[in-house]
Design a protein. Structure first.
Length: 166
């Protein structure tokens, strides 16, 4: 899948929750309401789907986020493989769970996470280890990339989940 570039104005500022979803852990990062600074929050060890979704819904509420950016593990050629399909399915379930838990939907957008772990390793090499962990730093790298693209008005469309109100 080659994403289209959307030449639109940046969205309204607001806090964003970024997720780097893996089989064993989920990295979580956020930004300030203006989208200027990014910070790794924490790394969740995966347990059951319900426990993961409850924990993420709590973080979403605590951070007063208005959008979730979910890393999309594309192949190096930009195509989608089994891991990307797995991420899309997980995010769709999470969006439905978040709506059920909170009573209102939260938009979820996908963002290319290729090389985010490599960039997280570089971040750690430069700044030293972070208490939130490498997966949270990878989520911060994903969010930083998303925000930079949004700031320049050249954000790629990797897909979005918008559920209706209950």
């Amino acid at each position: 899948m080659i994403p289209q570039l959307l030449h639109t104005r940046p969205e309204t500022p607001g806090k964003i929750l970024a997720l780097d979803v893996g089989d064993a852990r989920i990295g979580v990062a956020t930004c300030d309401p203006l989208g200027l600074t990014v910070r790794p929050l924490r790394t969740l060890r995966r347990r059951s789907r319900r426990q993961d979704f409850d924990a993420l819904a709590q973080i979403y509420a605590e951070e007063e986020a208005g959008l979730v950016v979910c890393g999309l593990p594309l192949n190096m050629d930009g195509s989608e493989g089994p891991q990307a399909r797995k991420a899309r399915n997980w995010a769709a379930r999470f969006a439905r769970a978040l709506r059920a838990i909170r009573g209102e939907p939260a938009p979820v957008v996908f963002w290319d996470e290729r090389l985010s772990s490599f960039a997280a390793d570089e971040w750690i090499a430069e700044a030293g280890p972070h208490a939130a962990g490498q997966d949270a730093i990878a989520a911060a790298v994903i969010l930083r990339s998303f925000l930079e693209a949004r700031r320049t008005g050249r954000i790629a469309d990797y897909g979005r989940i918008d559920l209706p109100d209950v």
